[in-house]
Design a protein around this ligand. Structure first.
Ligand code: 5GP
Length: 179
């Protein structure tokens, strides 16, 4: 499908599933190489990162653990700026190597907030793995350790990302068509 419609918006395919899988494999290989022997705890940020997390984790071959956190900052097409923690990390993260697994870093405020909150619990180190980065929208200074792809400023859906709750199910990524 090269176009999809969700509610009042039209989207065209921008990153096909083959390209996504290729870049996810590259990120997995980098993590396997860098974090061997560290028993990292992956922290997947729900809901958006569920598909990336699943594909990534299937290719992680080093001993590791996984947990989930749920935050909310987006409504419709724009970040609200306020971030709510709906589900927290219950594991003891003292002295652990953490890898935050995100779908997309946009303004970076969600990631900054998560780094602050996890940082108070004495982890050894916190790495960031994001499927996507919108570099032109980044408002904070973040070190992104692992990134699958960098994209322009447009609103996207698919591969876990939604528009008003819909569109997370597509294996490809679609960009909004401005009319
Ligand atoms: P940030 O706090 O970095 O501005 O926003 C991060 C969150 O906003 C992401 O986890 C994601 O849920 C959402 N987000 C940012 N850009 C997009 C986008 O283009 N499409 C969708 N569906 N969500 C986005």
């Amino acid at each position: 499908m090269s176009f999809i419609e969700i509610k009042d918006k039209r989207f065209s395919i921008s990153i096909p599933k083959e390209k996504i899988q290729q870049e996810v494999t590259r990120v997995a290989n980098e993590i396997n190489h860098d974090l061997a022997g560290k028993n990292p705890l992956f922290i997947s940020v729900l809901n958006g990162a569920f598909m990336f997390t699943s594909d990534l984790m299937k290719q992680i071959t080093i001993p590791c653990e996984i947990s989930f956190v749920k935050l909310a900052s987006y409504q419709g097409l724009a970040s609200t700026g306020t971030i709510k923690e709906i589900l927290g990390v219950n594991e003891d993260i003292t002295d652990r190597t953490l890898v935050i697994v995100e779908d997309i870093v946009d303004t970076g405020l969600t990631m900054q907030r998560l780094l602050e909150s996890l940082g108070t619990r004495s982890p050894r180190e916190i790495k960031i793995a994001t499927l996507l980065l919108k570099p032109d929208k980044l408002q904070v200074d973040l070190k992104i350790d692992y990134m699958a792809m960098s994209i322009p400023n447009d609103f996207i859906v698919g591969y876990g990302l939604d528009y008003d709750g819909q569109g997370r199910n597509y294996p490809d990524i679609y960009t909004i068509v401005e009319e």
